[in-house]
Design a protein around this ligand. Sequence first.
Ligand code: CP
Ligand code: NVA
Length: 304
Amino acid sequence: MYGRDFTSVLDLTPEELERTLDVALGIKRDGSGPLLAGRHLALLFEKPSLRTRMSFEVAMSRLGGRAIYLNDHEVRMGDREPVRDVARVLSRMVDGIASRTFAHSTLTELAEWASVPVVNALSDGEHPCQALADLLTLRERFGSLRGVHLTYLGEGNNVAISLAYASMLAGMHFTCASPEGYGLPDEVIAQASTLSGGGSVRQLFDPHEAVRGAAAVYTDVWASMGEEHLLASRLEAFGPFKMDAAVMASAPADALVMHDLPAHRGEEISDDVIESEHSVVFDQAENRLHAQQAILLQLMSRPQ
Ligand code: CP
Ligand code: NVA
């Protein structure tokens, strides 16, 4: 994976996904040496972040390198200067770029013009680093990912799309349940079905049917960053998909509770469910750090 971009889960083969999780588990257990000493990672974020920014910054520090955070109010990609110029300037100064963009096309343009690896720190298309941390969390719990049934309730956008692809590669069974009109895009389901790895992806519209038999139930906000103005018009349609005691009563009693955070308690998830003994949301958050180190190591450290 050395020198490559990671803008989508689709950039990985099943073997590369598994190896990245192995590396992350090893780092979590044994720590990591200064394998990226002297290396710099630019963090170029168009949207706010807690977990993603911190996990990249601490990951680079633990690996002996340095992350430099650039606020897009200053850089103004595509406004103060073209995305392709930002990509080429940063490539002359740093060894990698992690970027959080509104449009996925901004990220792919950065990747096209940068000569250093570009990592997706969340776009409107995908959240691949989150999916790796989530699979790491499931692997810790279940030992193997093969055959694990993960159900996602909510909008079939960035987080769900990366989980769908990652589930296919890992041999998991992924169910997305959404209000009509908010499911996984047809092209994502079609693309997922072409992936090797032995998994499956399906789209349902009934939350109770979707959580039946699930080993883990996952949700995300009902209106993503930059789309908060759409929330009011969605509340009625999304209401039945709220991860609350009523929906969880249709799931196995020991089903794990997952959320990428930040959570809007009382909207997509109830306080009692996110605080329940089956909640692994803070394991997911911690695992962002371990997964990030594994990703950065593989993209930025020259194989011996
Ligand atoms: N889950 C996640 O990406 O969190 P942040 O938006 O805080 O980075
Ligand atoms: N779907 C959410 C994920 C945040 C981590 C968003 O895009 O805002």
